[in-house]
Ligand binder design. Structure first.
Ligand code: FMN
Length: 405
């Protein structure tokens, strides 16, 4: 097997489920990311998809029977030793039962017993099969042995039933794969990311808001997830595509966001987060009064009286000081114009808000974009600049810095 940083060999186990066609898309995603991929089939898999599909996508022969046609030595041992990670997607009830029982009557099962690699499993089956006590027990046994799972989704199933059992989508399995390959540097850490704009209602249909897309916060949540953290996101009204396992709470106004953030950061019961990252663009102001119905065009006021919204980050800093908790607080600052003005604003925000670090970015570099460039300043006076890169890369750098706090 490879050392941690070189790990890139995925053995994709495919089994006899109607979801087998999605495994081909998953293999494509892995290839695009630069992973090396080989596929291994269970007994039932070939009824659903041809090995040739995976051979063509991965450029490697598929281990689908005991014949040793494509291997130098003993096929299943060769494949088991080659893998840095084994992903079974989809995993049938049958394969889970046989794996839990330690059976090895097909090449995939033999690989699973022989490999030293991490195992990630994406179950797919009818809702009643998934909730059957036998399956529940098998999943529990495998979990206790350290097997990782991508939970199936809920909704209409190919068999006509509705409920939990539909295999997780390939993009979701992909994020769980990144986590399985990740460095676990935030394992057992609870990370709360707050992202997106807020909307401040004027009447039933109109609101004040800003151009924040929430992409930076989503990238931070994904990166924390990749590093093994338990991640929760509080998001204003934005589209978020987060891996399953990341808890999402949606809010609309600044006041709703404030209440959600304070409740999670200083919980009455349970553990507070280890890290809170306020990447949200909270509206500074809101209309003084809100009209319940839609205002007719002729009734629109000539001027809109405004009042200030709460400063959530400052409140977090104050409350942490009073509570004496050790949660790390990271805030964002956005400015338009010159870099010097941004850096000055970052320094000022850091000293005023009693937080551990401020990440500064310019509106023109960040809002609505997939890229960003940032200046980070922490309470120890350390400054780091990250040149323009994808937000996923910026998120990596930010979390690297947060770990040093
Ligand atoms: C059309 C069809 C769809 C099936 N889909 C699933 C499924 O999604 N999940 C599952 O556990 N079994 C499913 N089965 C049953 C499995 O194919 C069967 O248990 C088989 O023995 C599994 O073999 P394997 O575990 O070696 O792949 C399906 C069967 C048929 C005929």
């Amino acid at each position: 097997m490879s050392t941690h940083s070189e790990k890139n060999k995925i053995l994709l186990g495919v089994t006899g489920s109607i979801a087998a066609y999605k495994a081909a898309e998953l293999a494509r995603r892995y290839m695009k990311r630069g992973y090396q991929v080989k596929a291994v089939f269970s007994e039932g898999a070939e009824q659903f998809i041809a090995p040739l599909t995976f051979q063509a996508i991965t450029g490697n022969p598929v281990l689908s029977s005991w014949d040793q046609e494509h291997t130098q030595g003993i096929g299943h041992i060769e494949y088991a030793d080659w893998a840095d990670l084994v992903v079974i997607a989809p995993a049938t009830a049958d394969i889970l039962a046989k794996y839990a029982a330690g059976m090895a009557d097909n090449p995939l099962l033999a690989v699973l017993l022989a490999t030293q690699a991490r195992i990630l499993v994406a179950p797919a089956m009818n809702v009643n099969m998934f909730h059957h006590p036998a399956t529940v027990t098998n999943l529990q046994i495998l979990r206790e042995r350290g097997v990782r799972f991508v939970e199936p989704g809920e909704g209409p199933l190919a068999c006509g039933w509705r409920g939990r059992g539909r295999m997780a989508e390939p993009w979701d399995i992909f994020y769980h794969t990144l986590r399985a390959f990740g460095d676990d540097s935030l394992q057992r850490k609870r990370v709360l990311v707050v992202t997106g704009p807020t909307r401040e209602a004027i009447d039933a249909v109109r609101f004040l808001s800003n151009r924040s897309s929430g992409k930076m916060g989503v990238a931070l949540a994904r990166e924390a997830f990749r590093r093994g953290a338990e991640v929760e996101v509080i998001a204003g009204p934005v589209r978020t595509k987060l891996p399953s396992g990341v808890k999402l709470s949606s809010v609309t106004s600044a006041e709703e966001m404030r209440q959600a953030v304070l409740a999670r950061t200083f919980p009455q019961h349970g553990e507070p987060p280890d890290i809170v990252i306020m990447a949200a663009a909270v509206s500074d102001v809101r209309p003084k009064s809100v009209v319940k119905e839609k205002l007719k065009k002729g009734d629109l006021p000539k001027a809109l009286p405004l009042e200030r919204n709460p400063d959530i980050l400052a409140e977090l800093g104050e409350m942490r000081e009073k509570a004496g908790t050790s949660t790390k607080l990271v805030g964002f600052a956005v400015e338009s114009g010159e870099i010097e003005d941004l850096i000055a604003a970052v320094q000022q925000k850091l000293s005023e808000k009693k937080v551990d670090m401020i990440v500064g970015n310019l509106a023109e570099d960040s809002l609505e974009l997939d890229t960003n460039r940032v200046w980070m300043v922490d309470k120890h006076g350390r400054e780091t600049e990250v040149a323009t890169s994808f937000k996923s890369r910026i998120a990596e750098k930010i979390l690297q810095h947060v770990r040093k706090l």
